[in-house]
Design a protein around this ligand. Structure first.
Ligand code: IVH
Length: 669
């Protein structure tokens, strides 16, 4: 028995190593037949000693059978996506913003077109494999992920106790075709493309089936609390040593480069060479190599400021523009929509394309009847990229943007610094009134059941409700005026409205439908300002200083807060009983920094930048985004750009370091 136990451990170790040599290093050390013999021996021994079951045994690679349900788990750190660009000027602008005059090292990687996965290793054992989900929570698909032979189930002794590795799971072109061939021969529906096949496979409840499909993986991010990596490149090298599949340096799938032209060269090369790769990519990813710089740059609400995805142009098709219509959105924004002669493009039939705004129409010099090139980028809605002017019929009429709202007829307005036209008749334009109400009751907002779009249409057209607060004041008698509303429906709606009074403040804020204030931004606002009164009193600079709130959001929000009817509506909702404050109300720890405006820049030793900002606010100070005559103090860390320092000196702003800051606040935290 002792000996058999020892043999089990020996076999597991040997098979893990052979897997790695075969799937990660691409250097097999035994024949397939010899491998299968060892595996069979282990399967037999494990059957004999069921007490020694180990979910991470190499035998589990063939799938542990049927999965009941995927557990939904919160990510330790949000799983963000990357901002995208399709052109090199935008890429340069992004690099300039990050570099601020310094020459940074940039990691250039391919953008694998698959499904993102977060692998958790606790004490060097794979314990979870989470899909991205909504970025906050994902599904644990570990049983399926264990079948991916190139992913280590156990890590060597020198790996940290706590490690999260993120990467992409995908099909190589060959394995994708083989899968579809097999499905076709079994009369099963085939997958439209490798990405769908990968995401479908991870969600399959039969791990044995997934094991047969031969998924691949490449890792692109590592997080550990134990011994932070100095740079992205060293993190990838370390992952390679621990047995993870990382992009091949030999094949130049990943390279460290300096400066625009070298980065451009990487992109141009792969834009061509991608067709020879064994798997699909939809672009490249450019990342700041230094982890300290990454941390200093931080994140916007949606994506890191230290990385960007450069997308290659996708398939394009030529079709005819039949007409253009104009839609009014919830916030009054007017979107032109192109109506096209239906055409087949990357797997779907396309008959509409977004034209974004008036500038876009003018730039394209669009005429009805034109032959237009349509492309599907990363977005689901395709866009028109070019007009084939030589094919223009003589009778074709130029497309003009409209001057009046297609719904209420008001004259449209356009702010000088924005590209979009708006109908600002927000209180009376029925499309806006209806879609604001629909947004307010929607699941992600106040989640009020029993109010479908038909009901909202009727409420508005019968003059019963125009603003969200009206919903809370309707009497039974008024509800009954809606034809289809009987006792049961009234009961439902009343219940829905009552339970909406428990919805947290940040969702109330999101429900108001303020332009540019989405769910994430609302959350950040509430975290910083805590209650509605503070928000109502906030001016634009205060808003801009909040993490995740850029100038566009701040301007839009500040303008919204200036409008009496909005403020009145907030009061009415508050009277109806909606929550108007966050959960915790933090009092400042002290007021020693009262009246002082801080700029925080660079990298610090004892604090992250966000911690410093929070500490400044907790001591009564304010944090502002950039150095101006109104700045009182520059809190300077390592690696701050020389231009900032020069500007602060010139404006005679007090410059302090981290140690001085700590003495100011009395080192209480
Ligand atoms: S880095 C904080 N590197 O593209 C974000 N992502 O739109 C870190 N992707 O969610 C992501 N190849 O699923 C990174 N070399 C690569 C990638 C890559 C593909 C995917 C990934 C990510 C999405 C971003």
């Amino acid at each position: 028995m002792e000996m058999s136990i020892e043999r089990i451990h020996q076999l597991r170790k040997a098979l893990h190593a052979h897997n790695r040599h075969y799937y990660v290093d691409d250097k097999p050390t035994i024949s397939d037949a010899a491998f299968d013999r060892l595996l069979d021996e282990l399967i037999a021994l494990e059957a004999e000693f069921p007490d020694l079951f180990d979910p991470n045994s190499p035998t589990q690679r063939i799938g542990g059978g049927l999965i009941d349900q995927f557990e939904t788990v919160s990510h330790r750190r949000r799983m963000l996506s990357l901002s995208n660009t399709y052109n090199k000027d935008e890429l340069d602008a992004f690099m300039d913003r990050a570099e601020q005059g310094d020459n940074l090292l940039w990691d250039c990687e391919l953008k694998y077109d698959g499904v993102a996965i977060a692998l958790w290793y606790e004490n060097r054992v794979l314990t979870r494999a989470l899909t991205r989900g909504d970025g906050q929570q994902g599904d644990d698909v570990i049983a399926n992920v264990r079948t991916i032979r190139s992913l280590p189930l156990k890590l060597p002794d020198d790996a940290p106790d706590d490690l999260e590795v993120r990467g992409e799971i995908f099909f190589t072109n060959d394995n994708f075709s083989a899968l579809n061939d097999r499905r076709e021969s079994l009369d099963m529906p085939t997958f439209a493309n490798p990405r769908n096949a990968a995401s479908g496979s991870l969600k399959t409840k039969d791990a044995t089936e997934v094991s047969k499909r031969k998924l691949s993986a490449l890792m692109y991010h590592a997080i550990t609390s134990d011994q932070p990596f100095a740079s992205h490149a060293t993190a990838m090298d370390q992952l390679r040593l621990w047995g993870f599949p990382v992009p091949s340096l030999d094949k130049r799938w990943s390279e460290v480069r300096v400066g625009r032209s070298d980065v451009h060269a990487f992109l141009s090369n792969w834009d061509e060479a991608r067709h020879q790769l064994p798997f699909a990519i939809d672009g490249a990813v450019i990342k700041v190599d230094s982890m300290a710089e990454q941390e200093a740059l931080g994140f916007t609400a949606k994506s890191p400021r230290w990385a960007i995805a450069y997308k290659f142009n996708s398939e394009a098709a030529l079709t005819v523009l039949n007409g253009v219509s104009f839609q009014v959105g919830r916030t009054g924004a007017i979107t032109p929509v192109a109506h096209l002669e239906p055409i087949w493009l990357s797997g779907t039939v396309v008959q509409r394309a977004s034209l974004h705004n008036a500038d876009q129409i003018a730039k394209l010099d669009l005429h009805v009847g034109d032959h237009v090139w349509v492309e599907k980028g990363g977005e689901i809605i395709p866009k028109i990229t070019k007009v084939a002017a030589d094919k223009r019929p003589v009778t074709a009429e130029k497309v003009h943007f409209i001057d009046f709202c297609p719904d209420c007829g008001s004259r449209l307005i356009k702010n000088a610094n924005e590209v979009q036209h708006y109908c600002d008749n927000d209180l009376n334009c029925s499309t806006q009134v209806k879609s604001r109400l629909a947004h307010f009751v929607s699941r992600k907002a106040m989640d009020i059941d029993g109010l479908g779009s038909e009901t909202i249409d009727q409420l508005v057209s019968k003059g019963l409700a125009r603003r969200p607060s009206d919903l809370y004041n309707l009497t039974d008698l008024q509800w009954r005026q809606l034809g289809q509303f009987k006792e049961k429906s009234i009961e439902n709606v009343t219940k829905g409205l009552a339970s909406s009074l428990k919805i947290p403040f940040e969702r109330v804020l999101f429900s108001l439908g303020i332009r540019h204030v989405g769910g994430t931004v609302a959350g950040m606002l509430v975290e910083a300002l805590e209650d509605m009164d503070t928000l109502l009193a906030a001016d634009e600079p205060t808003l801009t200083a909040i993490d995740g709130v850029g100038p566009m959001i701040a301007t839009s929000l500040a303008a919204w807060l200036q409008v009496d009817s909005n403020v009145n509506e907030v009061r009415r909702l508050s009277e109806a009983g909606l929550l108007m404050h966050g959960e915790k109300k933090l009092q400042p720890t002290s007021l020693v920094l009262a009246g002082k405006a801080f700029v925080v820049s660079g990298v610090f030793t004892d604090f992250t930048r966000d911690e410093l900002k929070a500490s400044i606010v907790a001591h009564g100070g304010r944090v502002v985004g950039s150095i101006s005559g109104k700045t009182d103090v520059l809190l300077a860390g390592k690696g701050m750009g020389p231009s900032k320092l020069a500007k602060a000196t010139q404006l005679q702003i007090t410059i302090i370091n981290e140690a001085t800051y700590q003495t100011w606040i009395g080192s209480t935290d």
